[in-house]
Design a binder for this molecule. Structure first.
Ligand code: IPT
Length: 390
């Protein structure tokens, strides 16, 4: 029989979001033309429909669309009048979520200038409206309900990262809690440039920095929301596109080859499931939970010989559909410890200080929240990593 879930578990849309791993942000509007970050007012006399153009362009390429509607509308004259403004904002949500087909994520930014009034936003009503109009949407805000803010705009999560939190006493940017009431995983928003909007004097971050962000977000159980701002022609600049391609190619180079694939498997129920490249199959240890020494899974690699490839990245993934469980883990190569950490979640990436080759790779799991369910253990070689970037 399948293992019992460890609650709370993700909703189907949350699980879909998690498996996307990298998603994108586009800040584009008046600010693009006026060289500002926080804008002041209307575009094309109020007649354009930039949402239509954006959503159509995404769909034409088979990409799902998400939308951001700033709760802080410092242009609207009702801002500060609680009832009128909240109704107006809710009407805008209604328009966005009924006129443009299925929206995968809606973003409620906590950003507000110092001079904003203390007017209360009716978040609960807004969230209800959103869910009634789009049942499979994920709502992002600083504290959820579906996706929460990681707490910085560098794109970095902490090394401990639980998807689970107690929503009634959540702290913005917290690491999450092992035994908690709600599934609200963090999202790492960061811009490929300095600002969220395009500014002519800013340039894209170098590849090394983007890879650092990837390891510290996707590699720490988060989704990376990478912003690439279109310029005043409405297009992402060629140099930024080149950098995005370089980033995508680097990730494909590192993770496209799994040096663990094809190795012999150790004992344990369906241990081969960690090697099949699928999230929906997993290894579950036999026996009851509560083993004092935790659990091992061991990969026996082909005997290193001429041409045997060393690895410097270890990838571990939990089958989080049945709950996030791993609290502490370590990796050993031929008996020697090479990496260790706390949480794993959907994906945990460990960079090793130097490449290693061996015949046995063991992952040791202490799983307080129940037997670990691992959907993957991968061994990779990252040729981009500079020495000692740990
Ligand atoms: C910042 C908000 O203050 C914060 O609540 C969160 O929503 C974040 O944006 C999302 O990136 S605003 C920024 C100027 C720090």
């Amino acid at each position: 029989p399948p293992p019992l879930p460890v609650l709370p578990i993700p909703s189907a849309p949350q699980l879909k979001w998690q498996c996307r791993e990298v998603i994108m942000f586009f800040h584009f509007g008046m600010n693009t033309f006026t060289d500002s970050e926080w804008g002041t007012g209307p575009w094309r006399g109020g007649r354009g429909d930039v949402v239509r153009e954006f959503v159509d362009a995404a769909r034409a390429r088979g990409v799902d669309a998400g939308l951001y509607l700033s709760p802080w509308d410092r242009h609207d004259e009702r801002y500060g009048e609680e009832v009128a403004y909240n109704e107006y904002y809710e009407a805008q949500l209604h328009e966005l979520l009924t006129g443009y087909g299925s929206v995968s994520e809606i973003w409620f930014d906590g950003a507000k200038g110092k001079n904003a009034t203390n007017m209360t936003y009716h978040f609960q009503e807004w969230f209800q409206t959103v869910k009634q109009l789009q049942r499979s949407i994920n709502i992002f805000s600083d504290d959820g309900p579906d996706v929460r803010w990681v707490g910085d705009e560098k794109g970095y999560a902490g090394t401990t990262c639980w998807s689970t939190v107690n929503r009634s006493m959540i702290t913005i940017g917290e690491a999450g809690i092992e035994k908690a009431t709600h599934w609200v995983p963090p999202e790492c928003d960061v811009s490929i440039r300095t600002g969220w909007f395009w500014h002519k004097n800013e340039t894209a971050k170098p590849l090394s920095q983007l890879l650092e962000i990837y390891y510290n977000s996707v590699g720490r159980n988060c989704v990376l929301l990478l912003n690439a701002p279109p310029n005043s022609t409405g297009l992402v600049e060629d140099a930024d596109i080149a950098r995005l391609r370089e980033f995508g190619a680097a990730v494909a180079t590192i993770f496209g080859t799994d040096l663990a694939a094809g190795s012999e498997r150790g004992a344990g129920f369906a241990a081969r499931n960690v090697l099949d490249g699928r999230d929906d199959t997993y290894w579950a240890p036999t026996g009851e939970d509560g083993r004092r020494n935790g659990y091992w899974i061991e990969l026996r690699l082909r005997r290193p010989g001429p041409g045997a490839q060393a690895f410097n990245v270890v990838r571990i993934q939990e089958h989080v559909a049945l709950g996030q469980r791993v609290e502490r883990h370590a990796v050993y190569v031929d008996g020697a410890p090479v990496a260790n950490g706390t949480t794993v979640g959907h994906k945990r990436l460990h960079r090793l200080p130097r490449p290693v080759a061996g015949t046995t790779v063991r992952v040791w799991i202490a799983a307080r929240r129940g037997p670990p369910l691992l959907s993957a253990v991968g061994l990779h070689y990252d040729p981009f990593v500079e020495a000692n970037t740990m």
